[in-house]
Design a protein around this ligand. Structure first.
Ligand code: KG4
Ligand code: ZN
Length: 372
């Protein structure tokens, strides 16, 4: 069963082809991505209308590239999966429109996929796939959640951020330091030169006893620290950016200290979730899962506690089409989605909608198709 996956929820156009036949572990046959980072960089963040227009330009050439990689014609595709939400409405509409048009032209079914489910299942494409059940730490630009995952579509929310996401904390701190967009990787790079003990930033909700996160206060603490350092050297020339008066070492120290604060909270809460559920596996997914310090510290904590930790391949941590094709394929394998054409796209023919806001908890527990 060959599933073509299309991701267009934000600033990456991703297309991929996954073989999800029978009981096999799904296999990636082709994968192509266009990142809009360069286009949005000039604006310091994603401009939704530009994102939508660029998805339109990229999605079909990327589809051709994926099929060429796999050495297969479009007619070999058995179903088209696309990101139905959450994300930017206009950007989502491009992927869903193209997916439904392709499905209609091919006479094949179309599957609307939840973006976070894609992230959550992405480690199943790695060389060391997890087994259910597991705890998942889902840390992206828009979400920070701990979930209990008992199977495809069987997700229980254990805790989540009450304000900013972990990725947002990276991005906003990076912006305060005058680093470009996207901030997470830039801040992590700068942190390599810094001293993580230099500044003591808060570890919000670390001892709250629950599994929720809060990262908004961290941004304020970084702002206060950057202002303090900038004022201390205000006898210099007038500057354009708040962080300009800081020495490169001060900037690196702030970066290392804030990264340490975010990572410590993520690691401690993940380990608490593992303890509370009694599960022995942890899956880390979403863009922040690419962070090296997070991987090192979670790896060490899990090794100590005898917990197996699984990550997606590094290139599948951030948004991509492979995870969408995979999630579509695994939903079919689990009997949650029918490939029966009469059911069409999500049971309503090839008419499509998108869900810019869509809590993952609304997905499950789903009733398998055919069950009563
Ligand atoms: O999952 P993702 O690609 O998109 C969303 O669905 O949001 O995550 C993007 C987020 C951004 O906030 C980005 O700064 C962060 O992931 N990120 C990182 C790293 N790579 C990406 N944060 C910290 N360290 C990284 N190496
Ligand atoms: Zn994402």
């Amino acid at each position: 069963m060959l599933i073509l996956g299309i991701e267009s929820s934000c600033d990456e156009t991703g297309v991929a082809l996954v073989d999800a036949s029978g009981g096999h572990t799904p296999r990636l046959l082709g994968d192509a991505l266009h990142s809009q980072i360069e286009m949005h960089r000039a604006y310091g963040g994603v401009v939704p209308e530009l994102a939508s227009r660029d998805h339109i330009r990229r999605v079909l050439p990327l589809t051709d590239a994926v099929l060429a990689q796999a050495g297969l014609p479009l007619s070999a595709v058995d179903a088209v999966a696309y990101t139905r939400g959450p994300g930017l409405a206009g950007a989502l509409l491009v992927g869903s429109g193209v997916a439904c048009a392709l499905g209609f032209a091919l006479g094949k079914p179309v599957i609307g996929v939840h973006h976070l489910e894609g992230h959550l299942l992405s480690p199943f494409l790695s060389a060391d796939p997890p087994e259910f059940p597991f705890v998942a730490l889902l840390v992206s630009g828009g979400h920070s959640q701990l979930m209990r995952v008992d199977g495809v579509g069987r997700y229980t929310l254990l805790g989540e951020t009450i304000d900013d996401a972990a990725g947002e904390a990276f991005d906003k701190s990076a912006k305060l330091l005058g680093l470009g967009y996207p901030g997470g990787p830039a801040l992590a790079r700068l942190a390599l030169q810094g001293d993580a003990q230099a500044y003591k930033f808060p570890r919000p909700l670390l001892h709250s006893g629950d599994l929720d996160f809060s990262f908004a206060g961290l941004k304020t603490a970084v702002l206060t620290q950057v202002k303090r350092l900038a004022h201390a050297s205000l006898d210099g020339p007038a500057t354009l950016h708040l962080a300009d008066p800081l020495t490169p070492q001060q900037k690196a120290d702030v970066a290392a200290s804030v990264q340490a604060a975010i990572v410590e909270v993520l690691v401690k809460k993940s380990m608490a979730a593992v303890r509370q559920t009694g599960l022995r596996r942890l899956v880390v997914a979403g863009g922040v899962g690419a962070n090296t310090l997070l991987r090192e510290q979670l790896g060490a904590a899990c090794a100590k506690a005898g917990i197996r930790v699984h990550y997606p391949e590094l290139h599948l941590c951030t948004d991509n089409g492979a995870m969408i094709a995979l999630a579509g394929g695994m939903r079919v394998q689990a009997g949650l989605v029918s490939l029966d054409l009469a059911a069409g796209a999500d049971g309503n023919g090839y008419s499509f909608d998108v869900k810019p806001r869509w809590p993952l908890s609304e997905l499950g527990p789903a009733v398998p198709v055919g069950a009563s």
